[in-house]
Design a protein around this ligand. Sequence first.
Ligand code: SAH
Length: 359
Amino acid sequence: MNALGERIAALIAAQGPISIAEFMTIALHDPQAGYYATRDPLGASGDFITAPEISQMFGEFLGLWCVQVWHDQGKPAHKRLVELGPGRGTLMADALRAARVAPEFLDGLEIVLVEASPTLRAIQRENLKIWGDKIRWTAQFDDSLGDRPLYLLANEFFDALPIRQYVKGARGWCERMVAVDANGALDFALSPMPALDVTIPPDRAFAPDGGVYEVSPASLALVDEIARIVAHQSGGALIVDYGYDKPGFGETLQAVAEHEFAEVLADLGEGDLSAHVDFPSLAAHARAAGAEAYGPIGQGDFLEDLGLVHRAEHLRTKNPQVADEIWKAVTRLVAPEEMGTLFKALAIVPKNAPKPPGF
Ligand code: SAH
C-alpha cells in the first residue's frame, strides 16, 4: 500500500468505513497525493486522452455552439463563459479562437475556469495567456456565477465527480463502503444496515438482487444550480461525457492509469477514478429546476450534425501533409466503436428557447 492508501486505512481504522464518494474525493483531490492535485493526467504520455486533445475541431465546435445559442437568444451584452474542469486549457483555447468569428460575443465576456487542481490551473494559465485578464479561476462552481447569462461547457468533468453506490440485497439497499480487511488492507464492504438516506428513483424500481444503484449527489446538485441560472438568466450548458442514456443497475466505478484499466483500491492517487455519467438523472434534474434539457445524444451524431466532416475536409485541403491525422481524429471522435456512442452530449437551455444546435 502506498502512503495515501495508508492514510486512508488509518482514517477508516479510526472512524469506520467511508463512502465511495469520500474515497474518490481523497484519492482524486488530496492536496499532497491526490491524482488531479499532483499531475497532468492528459495526453499520450499521461493516463488518458480526451476529445479536445485529439482534435482542435472539438473545442472549436463547442465554442461555436455557445456563440449560436447566445445568438439565438437575442445576443445579451453581459455574459459569462464557464468551463468546468478545463484540463490543459486546450478546449477553451480552441473555443475562444473559433468564437472570434463573433467579436460581439467576446466583447464584455467574462471567462471563468472552474478547476480544483493547482497543477492543471498553472498549465491552463500558460496555454491561455493571450486572453489575459479576461479569464479568472475558481476552485468550484460558486454563487459568483449566477448573476448573468451563462454559457457553460463541461467535457469529461462529471465522470470525475464522486458517486455513492447501493447494492440490493434481501434486507434492502445497503451502501457499498470502503473498509479495511483483517490484514489492514483496503477492501469494499456493505453497510450492515440498509441505507435510510437513499430514494431509488421510480424508473429503477425493478432492480435485480445484487443490482447496484449509483448516484452522484454532487453532480445532481451542480446540475440543479446550473439549470436554475440558465432558466433565470438565459444561456446554455453543454455537458459531454461518457455515460448511459437509460437508467441501469450496473457498477461503473473504474480506475485508469497509463491508458489501461487498473485496480480501484490499489496505487491510490496514481490512477484516475471515474464513473459513467447518469444522463437521464441529469436531464430530469435540469427540467425540475425549470430549464429544458435536450439529449443525451451520441457524440458522433452531435458532432456530425454540427458539421465536423465538412470542417475536417476543409482542414485536410489546407493541410494536405496531415490529412491522414485529421481523418483519424474524426474517426476517433465519431465512430460508434470509438467515442461516437459511448460519449454523449446533453444540453440545458431555458424553456421556450430555440432548440440548441446539434440536437
Ligand atoms: N475537460 C478536460 C479535462 C478532463 S479531466 C478535457 O476534456 O481534456 C477532468 C478535469 O476536471 C481536470 O481538469 C480536473 O482537475 C478537474 N476536476 C475534477 N474534479 C473536480 C472538482 N471536483 N472540482 C473542480 N475541478 C475538478
